[in-house]
Design a protein around this ligand. Structure first.
Ligand SMILES: Nc1ncnc2c1ncn2[C@@H]1O[C@H](COP(=O)(O)OP(=O)(O)OP(=O)(O)O)[C@@H](O)[C@H]1O
Ligand SMILES: C[C@@](O)(CCO)CC(=O)[O-]
Length: 906
């Protein structure tokens, strides 16, 4: 199928039935031709209202295009044969759309998503797509599907800065760049023209595709500024009445047009005749509707802006992309969004409106209100939403054609009903809209020069200048070392934690203080750090499997102070490098580099196999994400309030399970990166257990095999004796040595890995079977522990001290294995329920006499914890808090931290 503008006059429309021109009444013409004034092309609203295709005249001259509600057409030689392939009503519509879009080809399909589906069928496996990070939820869902099922790679980037896109544009690889401007719902602006230019230069075969739904062709025509394909959800402004669903695709290139026509015919999703009729009818009033809607949107945006809400609308002077938008488009449109600072408050406002319909979608004559995170964008993973900076309290307004005063009155009432006190009488706004908008002059109803201070949400919010975070250590019951090579490991968190206090600084420095490592400390001038070596990771983008060698080198040679090479600070180098790496790589262009102090202390033995580095990594990752404003770790507070509002009774959890695991997973990803900096080749089991807490079966994705984690509950009441051999060792070296041993004897190595996998599988099966008798379970686990240790010994991970601990416990009929990396560090012994307390005391004494440090523990508590210190303490109070944290005796640190305030845990 191709654009009907290129077709010959269709026989089937019955042109022959028209009276011949000679039979029409004639006007008498002047003798000489009148001086002809060149005719101007019609302006947009005239084009919209004038549905006329000189090549397809209706046989009866009907003023409205008829609905050809037929599936088939008779005859063999007619222009149309089957409505899937072509239909006169749809042809008229497509001709009309091509005209108002200044496009060579226009196609209509059954919905906006169907349009994107057709367009993305131009992709093939191996192609790369670059897309925005503030996309409509449905677009995001389709792209995720393509990624998972069709072998297409999708990069999400912040499209507000073409510099973010540039490094991803690869000749021969990048096949499509998908853009929206303004984005929905944050109204971010992308310089479509500049990006199209960049893309066409860097990857000439790539197609620049623009979703123009928010603007409609009235306000923006991206084909004119370099886009290859433009699509619209016709459901929105084009139709204007929310009584149909449609998708529109336009392009200029003949080859693309042919392919799109082919796909639509093959798939069979072309727009039905009735919907084509409705859409054609809607388009006639597009310009007049849009004029009114956008003028009212400007009034609403100004109203909210003056009240002190943070409003996203490119019509407002303070919108960061306004300059670009004004160049690309001829108006700001009629969608805007704002945040209130509190999810519950937003919900109350939305719920209290009457005139504004609570609904998804936009573009209709009726005004709509919604909360994208729970509606149109709910299909995007909450962690991804958080990472992409989509606030959960965001309210989107889609302004219709009602009287703007009624719309503002209704909003004002809703805001008051939601619990916000406005001064009475409400001061009015005098300022006209900053963007000249076509149509009637904007009539100000209100007049006020300055924002109302009581509504300044940013100021009302507690400023969390300090954050406490903490994360537990872990014990691995089965599978350490083997897990690096793709075998399942079973681990659980222990009741010993790393704590960190991060305090805001105002002096352009970032500082790190490690009291556990001989009190190592240093403050860097932020600007002195080697920023030239950083390739920032965009919000929502993952780090990738390999560390950035350039950044590692720059930190090593240009950021680490000489003190890290002193013998007393031997352990500090890895910890400092990991901190700086995460701090720098989370940098976002255009955002200030955060200035804060990070001080951390642990109740875990360091370097003993109990995951001290992973819990340190979890603290480093969470604090850096918080200060870079890339996480909503404090969001659960609000969610809890929500649930309290929704149900009459809330069970007290003391903050446990208050952080959803999706939010935690974002921290975990970065904790894993920090682990990589310290360890070289970690499997990810330690940080996963530390962040998520509880007990977990964890498998690393190796050689294309799928990885993942699976929660376990059977552990909770099992008693373990952990014995610290007090022999220091280094996980990085031990992992490397085991790797070497496996390489040197690959056959035996493979057998050992298989056996350890069988042990983990058996352990997992037993631990997740609620009906297995307890004695059988504990006996079985003990046997597996013993076997697992034997294999670890064979791999060279044991140590003479660990063997002695095994022998000592063996004398008491107990089974022990090394846990973690081995080579010293800790051993774990399972204590059966019927093991006498007296015997345990004797065993503990014996181990202590032999120079070891035993302690009894149960496993499987909470994972990552955060406590945002509420209020805005003075500099003196900050120093006092820091000093108290550093000086608190280690044995009491857990209690002291707990007493500080309301912790939230994963
Ligand atoms: N409280 C802390 N303060 C500063 N750095 C720490 C702290 N805890 C751990 N680290 C860093 O982690 C390193 C220890 O990591 P390592 O992996 O060798 O041991 P582990 O994590 O205790 O054991 P395993 O990895 O076997 O569970 C330390 O050398 C230090 O760099
Ligand atoms: C030795 C190892 O398997 C566990 C360390 O706690 C290493 C790892 O999995 O990263």
């Amino acid at each position: 199928m191709s654009s009907i503008s290129r077709q010959n006059p269709p026989e089937s429309l019955g042109l022959s039935a028209y009276p011949s021109p000679t039979s029409l009444p004639t006007l008498s013409l002047p003798d000489s031709p009148a001086s002809s004034k060149p005719r101007r092309a019609y302006r947009f609203s005239t084009k919209c209202a004038t549905v006329d295709n000189p090549e397809e005249k209706d046989q009866y001259g009907s003023s409205s295009v008829p609905i050809y509600q037929t599936a088939t057409f008779k005859g063999l030689n007619g222009r149309f044969d089957y409505t899937r392939s072509g239909n006169p009503t749809r042809s008229h519509l497509q001709h009309h759309l091509a005209k108002i879009y200044s496009a060579q080809h226009a196609f209509t399909v059954s919905s906006g998503m169907a349009a994107l589906d057709v367009i993305t069928r131009l992709l093939k496996a191996g192609d790369e797509v670059i897309a925005g990070d503030d996309l409509y939820g449905g677009t995001n869902r389709l792209l995720t599907y393509l990624k998972e099922h069709n072998g297409v790679t999708v990069h999400h980037v912040d499209t507000t800065d073409p510099e973010f896109i540039l490094p991803l544009v690869k000749h021969g690889k990048t096949a499509m760049v998908l853009l929206e401007s303004p984005t929905n719902p944050l109204l971010k602006i992308a310089d479509l023209e500049l990006i199209a230019n960049y893309v066409h230069r860097g990857a000439p075969d790539a197609l620049v595709v623009v979703d123009n739904t928010m603007m409609s062709p009235y306000l923006q025509r991206p084909l004119e500024i370099g886009a290859d394909i433009v699509y619209d959800s016709g459901t929105k402004y084009l139709s204007g009445h929310h009584d149909l669903m449609a998708g529109v695709i336009t392009c200029n290139r003949e080859d693309i047009g042919k392919q799109i026509g082919f796909i639509i015919n093959a798939v069979g999703n072309a727009l039905s005749p009735f919907d084509s009729f409705l859409l054609l009818r809607g388009i006639k009033t597009l310009a007049i509707r849009m004029d009114r809607q956008q003028r009212s949107a400007m009034a609403v945006a100004s109203f909210l802006d003056r009240l002190g809400f943070k409003v996203h609308y490119p019509g407002l002077k303070n919108h960061p992309g306004k300059g670009i938008h004004d160049r690309l488009a001829s108006g700001p449109g009629a969608v805007l969004s704002f945040v209130t600072g509190d999810v519950a408050l937003s919900e109350r406002i939305v719920g209290a409106t009457r005139l504004w319909g609570i609904s998804v979608s936009f573009g209709a004559v009726n005004s709509l209100i919604s909360m994208p995170c729970v509606m149109s964008h709910a299909s995007i993973d909450p962690a991804v939403r958080a990472a992409r900076g989509l606030p959960e309290d965001l309210i989107r307004l889609c302004v219709g054609i009602e009287d703007p005063e009624d719309l503002i009155d209704d909003l004002e009432n809703a805001i008051v009903e939601a619990g916000i006190t406005l001064p009475s009488p409400l001061p009015s706004i005098a300022e006209p809209p900053s963007t000249p908008i076509r149509g009637e002059p904007w009539a100000p109803r209100l007049s006020l020069a300055a924002p109302l201070p009581l509504m300044d949400m940013e100021k009302r919010k507690p400023t969390h200048a300090h954050w406490f975070v903490s994360a537990p250590g872990k014990v691995i019951l089965f599978g350490e070392h083997a897990v690096v090579h793709g075998v399942t490991a079973i681990g659980a968190c222990v009741d010993l934690r790393c704590y960190a206090l991060a305090s805001h600084r105002d002096d352009g420095k970032v500082s790190l203080h490690l009291p556990d490592l001989n009190n190592w400390r240093h403050a860097w001038d932020i600007e002195s750090l080697p920023w030239d070596a950083v390739t920032p990771t965009r919000v929502g983008e993952d780090h990738g499997p390999i560390l950035d060698a350039r950044l590692m080198d720059a930190i090593d040679t240009r950021a680490l102070p000489d003190t890290v090479n002193l013998p007393q600070f031997l352990r500090a180098k890895a910890a400092v490098t990991a901190f700086l790496y995460i701090y720098m790589i989370l940098r976002q262009d255009g955002k200030p580099k955060p200035s804060f102090n990070f001080v951390t202390r642990s109740t875990l033995p360091i370097g003993a196999g109990l995951g001290s580095s992973a819990s340190y990594s979890a603290c480093v990752a969470s604090v850096n994400l918080i200060f870079a404003r890339r996480t909503s770790l404090n969001e659960p507070v609000r969610r809890r309030l929500n649930s309290e509002a929704a149900i009459s009774y809330v069970i007290k959890h003391d903050g446990r399970r208050a952080i959803p695991s999706e939010v935690a997973e974002e921290v975990n990803k970065w904790a894993f990166v920090a682990e990589k900096v310290m360890h070289g080749n970690p499997s990810g089991v330690d940080n996963t257990v530390s962040v998520h807490g509880g007990a977990t079966a964890y498998k690393r994705a190796v050689n294309g095999a799928k990885g993942g984690m699976d929660g376990l509950h059977g552990f909770r009441s099992v008693k373990f004796l952990l014995t610290d051999s007090q022999v220091p060792r280094d996980t990085k070296k031990l992992v490397a040595n085991v790797g070497l041993a496996l390489k040197q004897n690959p056959n035996r190595g493979a057998d050992i890995l298989d056996s350890i996998q069988a042990i983990s599988t058996e352990g997992f099966r037993a631990l997740s079977d609620p009906e297995i008798p307890r004695e059988t379970l504990l006996n079985g686990l003990s046997k597996l522990i013993k076997q697992n240790h034997a294999f670890l010994k064979e791999l060279g991970a044991s140590h003479i001290s660990l063997e002695e601990i095994c022998e000592l416990t063996d004398e008491f009929g107990l089974c022990t294995k090394l846990t973690g990396a081995g080579g010293g560090g800790c051993a774990v012994t399972l204590i059966p329920d019927d093991f006498y307390d007296d015997s345990l005391k004797i065993l503990v004494d014996k181990l202590t006499e032999a120079g070891y440090r035993p302690y009894l523990t149960t496993v499987g508590g909470s994972g990552l914890g955060v406590y945002p210190v509420v209020g805005d303490p003075s500099p003196e109070e900050r120093e006092e808090l820091k000093a108290a944290f550093v000086e608190e005796p280690r044995d009491n640190l857990a209690k002291w931290a707990e007493k500080q305030g309301g912790w939230l845990y994963v």
